[in-house]
Design a protein around this ligand. Structure first.
Ligand code: GLU
Length: 266
C-alpha cells in the first residue's frame, strides 16, 4: 500500500465519527422523556420581559413577573408533581419561534396568538387566554376606533406580531411602522412618531396601567386566542401541557392567577 492508500481507511473513520457526532447534535430530544428521566426536571419557557401583566423583568430583584410566567410555573408544577423547576428565557415577538425551533426553549408562553400560518411551523396548546387587537392613543387624541384612523396616519406595531397584518386588513389607509419590541413602540408613540399604537388589548392595558395619559380607542377588532407554542414532534409534552392546563382551570389555580393580574382591569 502506498502512504496515501494507507491513510484512506483512517480518513473514512474520522469522517464517520464527525457524521455521527453531527447527527447527535441536531437530533431533537424528546422533552417528555427528558422530564421523566430527570430527578430535578427543568422546563425552559420563552417569555416576554417587556410586557407588563404578562412578562416583565424587574431589574431590582432580577425577576420576571406576569400572567404568562405564573401559568408556566403552575404547568411546570403539574407536569413534574411539584419536583421540577421553571426556567425562563427572554423572547420577543420576532425571536420566539426561532428560539423554539433551535431548542433554546421547550415552550413559548409569550402573548402568542394561535394562527394557521404559525401552525404550519409549530404546534399550539389549547387556548389559555382570550385577547383581541385594539389601538392605544393619548387621552386627548381624536381617534375613537380603527375606522376613524385617517389616510396616511402612522400606527406603530411590533415585528413578529400579527398586529400589522391584521391592521392592514381593517385600515388599509394607514402607514404602519414596525419596531423591535413593545418598549420601543411605546417610546415612539410617546415621542410623537405615530398617532396610535396597535397590539392586543390586554398588552395595551398593561401599558396604560403604567402610563395613565393613554387610553384604548374602540373595541377589539380581531380575536387573539393565546396558545403555548411547542415544537412539532413533541406530542407527549404537548399532551402533558394540555392536561396540566385543564387541571389548573378545574382546580382554581388558573382563576387565582387570572385575578391576580387582571382582577379589576378586564
Ligand atoms: N398576539 C399577537 C401575536 O401573537 C400580538 C402580541 C405579540 O406579538 O406577542 O402576534
Amino acid at each position: 500500500m502506498t502512504q496515501r492508500n494507507r491513510l484512506y481507511p483512517l480518513l473514512v473513520v474520522i469522517l464517520s465519527l464527525f457524521f455521527v457526532a453531527g447527527c447527535g447534535a441536531t437530533a431533537k430530544k424528546d422533552i417528555a422523556t427528558r422530564i421523566e428521566e430527570s430527578n430535578k426536571p427543568v422546563i425552559t419557557w420563552g417569555v416576554k420581559t417587556d410586557t407588563n401583566l404578562f412578562g416583565l423583568y424587574n431589574i431590582q430583584n432580577q425577576d420576571i413577573k406576569g400572567f404568562d410566567v405564573d401559568i408556566a410555573k403552575a404547568i411546570t408544577d403539574e407536569i413534574t408533581n411539584g419536583e421540577g423547576e421553571a426556567d425562563f428565557v427572554e423572547v420577543s415577538s420576532k425571536t420566539r419561534i426561532s428560539l423554539l425551533k433551535n431548542g433554546n426553549i421547550d415552550a413559548i408562553i409569550a402573548t402568542m396568538t394561535i394562527t394557521d400560518e404559525r401552525k404550519k411551523v409549530i404546534d399550539f396548546s389549547d387556548v389559555y387566554f382570550d385577547a383581541g387587537q385594539s389601538l392605544l392613543v393619548a387621552n386627548d387624541s381624536p381617534i375613537e376606533n380603527v375606522e376613524s384612523l385617517e389616510e396616511g396616519a402612522t400606527v406603530l406595531a411590533v415585528k413578529g406580531a400579527n398586529s400589522a397584518a391584521n391592521l392592514k386588513k381593517h385600515a388599509p389607509q394607514v402607514r404602519i411602522l414596525e419596531l423591535e419590541n413593545y418598549s420601543e413602540a411605546f417610546t415612539a408613540l410617546a415621542s410623537g412618531q405615530g398617532e396610535a399604537m396597535t397590539t392586543d388589548n390586554a398588552i395595551l392595558l398593561g401599558i396604560i396601567d403604567q402610563n395613565p395619559g393613554y387610553r384604548l380607542a374602540g373595541e377589539a377588532f380581531t380575536e387573539e386566542p393565546y396558545g403555548i407554542g411547542i415544537d412539532k414532534g413533541q406530542d407527549d409534552f404537548l399532551e402533558e401541557v394540555n392536561t396540566a392546563l385543564e387541571t389548573i382551570k378545574k382546580n382554581g389555580v388558573y382563576d387565582e392567577i387570572y385575578d391576580k393580574w387582571f382582577g379589576g382591569l378586564m
